[in-house]
Design a binder for this molecule. Structure first.
Ligand code: SF4
Length: 473
């Protein structure tokens, strides 16, 4: 049951815009970008926007009125995860109107799905959405900043200023529960080498405390930002809403930004804590530049004792120079946390060397020989499962194949679209190491960073590996 959707009745001559989230409702309703677009379009005279989710009428009828997709004039797709492409393509193929896709996957590399859409919007669309939805033909889109139709040689990614927060949101049962989504920042001040956020959402921006809204009709506030604890007034924001009686939950917190006071505030309304150490090995942490030490995690666990029932930890494997001992260190760290707090859950994912990051040239699996890397990943995943069972650690880990597909969809070119036609594709072409001097398929997207800087950081990874005598074999 939703609260607050726009009730706008269709009448003749009104343009219908379909807003498509090709995954489950629970994720879509928790996406602030979707919420913003929905309200911005519905505010306009002569336009009506309705939502489509993969698990509501199988994605082919709108949530609001059950209207079939084909009655709409324009469809906007929000692509948040590469694996959503399968559903997005299924829907796009059956829609004959103008189709435009946006979202982080598009900002990274839209080539694998290029043939299914008329245009892409590369960036944050707040400032241009009302102009975009007025388009009747592809030609009307040409020249709008951030639009990529396939003809442009280069596209500059667009970012917006963070002004006043939206006051009105649809409240549904989303990924964070029934809550108000409070976006306090975009971009990130950190320099983690595996992470694409600092490139595709640069520059880092914080929303001022005075631009945050009064929250009504819900009991919970979910604080959204890539690294919320880096907001200079993070504690004040949390305090402001908890003191008004709201349950407050940040999308994530950094272990090195935590102190007793913050944990005390958070524990008033939550019984679990989530951290992302990514690795438990000192050497690998230096490579990732995440700068969270083994001790940082143990120290948060100590402070959490008696305050939280469970700690959830996110890790990556398949890193360059990673040994089986490094993987065992993850399990040792998780076991220590369990002994202190009582319960621990770990989520372990293979690293996907994402476009636009200093790791983009690396092979999937972290070994020079792709096959060796994949075989070793398989063994490491088996080891993790076995050790978790033995040590009483709760584990969340998807299949290796799923990550291979995700990596290919992230790094691929237009020929990868064959995967949506159930044809074979050359996985190795896109999973292997990339020559540093090669032009990259996604180089046409200008995120404002210097490729030379990324190259230097990539070389730094090798310097660290060589100095540790931990060369990739
Ligand atoms: S991993 Fe988190 S802290 Fe690091 S750059 Fe990305 S968003 Fe920022």
């Amino acid at each position: 049951m939703e609260f607050n959707p726009f009730v706008k009745k269709y009448s003749k001559n009104v343009k219908r815009v379909a807003l498509v989230y090709p995954n489950r409702y629970v994720g879509g309703i928790s996406n602030l970008g979707m919420q913003y677009i929905y309200f911005a379009i519905n505010e306009l005279e002569g336009l009506i926007c309705e939502r489509f989710y993969a698990d509501v009428f199988d994605g082919f009828r709108s949530l609001e009125s059950g209207t079939p997709l084909n009655k709409f004039d324009l469809a906007l797709f929000s692509l948040q995860y590469e694996l959503d492409y399968f559903k997005a393509v299924e829907i796009a193929k059956k829609f004959s109107g103008l189709k435009i896709a946006g979202g982080p996957c598009v900002m990274i590399n839209p080539l694998p799905i290029k043939k299914y859409f008329d245009a892409f919007f590369i960036g944050e669309c707040e400032d241009y959405i009302q102009e975009i939805v007025k388009a009747k033909r592809i030609e009307d889109l040409e020249g709008i900043p951030g639009i990529y139709t396939g003809k442009e040689d280069k596209v500059k990614r667009i970012h917006s200023e963070l002004g006043k927060h939206i006051e009105r949101e649809i409240i549904g049962d989303g990924a964070y529960g029934r809550c108000f989504l409070l976006e306090i920042g975009r971009g990130c001040i950190r320099k983690c080498r595996f992470c694409v956020v600092r490139q595709i959402y640069s520059p880092p921006r914080w929303r001022k405390i005075e631009d945050l809204p009064e929250v009504k009709y819900v009991e919970k506030v979910a604080i959204i930002a890539p690294s919320p604890t880096d907001h200079p007034q993070f504690k004040e924001i949390v305090e402001r809403y908890t003191s008004l009686g709201f349950q407050v939950s940040p999308s994530s917190i950094r272990a090195d930004a935590v102190d007793e006071e913050l944990l005390e505030i958070l524990s008033r309304t939550s019984n679990s804590l989530t951290l992302a150490p990514e690795t438990a090995s000192e050497k690998l942490s230096e490579i990732l530049q995440k700068n969270i030490s083994f001790e940082d995690i143990i120290s948060v666990a100590e402070m959490s004792k008696g305050r939280f029932e469970k700690i959830k930890l996110y890790y990556m494997i398949g890193l360059p120079g990673e040994s089986f001992e490094d993987v065992l260190q993850i399990l040792d760290q998780a076991e220590k946390v369990k002994k202190i707090v009582g319960r621990v859950e770990i989520s372990v994912n293979p690293l996907i060397p994402k476009p636009h990051t200093p790791m983009q040239w690396l092979p999937f699996g972290g070994k020079v020989e792709l096959r060796d890397g994949i075989d070793e990943l398989r063994k490491k995943m088996k080891l993790i499962k076995k050790e978790c069972r033995k040590r009483g650690i709760e584990l969340q880990m998807e299949s290796l194949k799923e990550f291979e597909v995700q990596a290919v969809l992230s790094r691929g070119e237009e020929d990868v679209s064959k995967i949506f036609e159930r044809q074979k594709i050359d996985f190795e072409k896109y999973l292997g190491a990339i020559e540093i001097e090669n032009t990259l398929p996604w180089d046409f997207i200008d995120h404002g960073y210097s490729k030379e800087r990324l190259k230097k950081e990539y070389e730094k990874i090798w310097e660290i590996l060589n100095s540790e005598a931990g060369n990739i074999k």
